[in-house]
Design a protein around this ligand. Structure first.
Ligand code: ZN
Length: 122
């Protein structure tokens, strides 16, 4: 991978990291809140439990994403960024543009997805 290309992906990763951090603290959780005005009083507790679960779910996902972004940034510094962890083949640029924190080539990502059927593939 060319140095300029690597720099571009690094910047993209840093942007993504910032997005995740901002999302976690504000926007997404705000959008998903259930308005308690629309609910009878006895439903308030249930609604707040749902809100908590939604918030925790988001945090888990964001933390996971954040960890992958950090890993990718580390790889950029180590010079191993953009290489499949399974076969050591370069991950396609198109794939990296869509998922800058991908650690597997499309072949192995699809394989993993089949193995983890039912789980969200990242
Ligand atoms: Zn591979």
């Amino acid at each position: 991978m060319k140095k300029t290309e690597k720099e571009a992906f690094k910047n993209r990763l840093l942007e993504l990291k910032q997005e995740v951090l901002n999302n976690d603290l504000s926007r997404d959780t705000e959008d998903l809140k259930i308005s308690s005005d629309d609910l009878p009083d006895e439903a308030d507790i249930a609604a707040s439990v749902i809100n908590q679960q939604v918030t925790f779910g988001l945090r888990d996902r964001n933390l996971n994403k954040l960890r992958r972004i950090e890993e990718a940034l580390y790889k950029v510094d180590q010079g191993t960024y953009g290489v499949c962890e399974e076969c050591d083949e370069p991950i396609g640029s198109k794939r990296l543009e869509r998922q800058p924190f991908a650690t597997l080539c499309i072949t192995h990502a699809e394989e993993l997805e089949r193995e983890n059927r039912g789980r969200a593939a990242i």
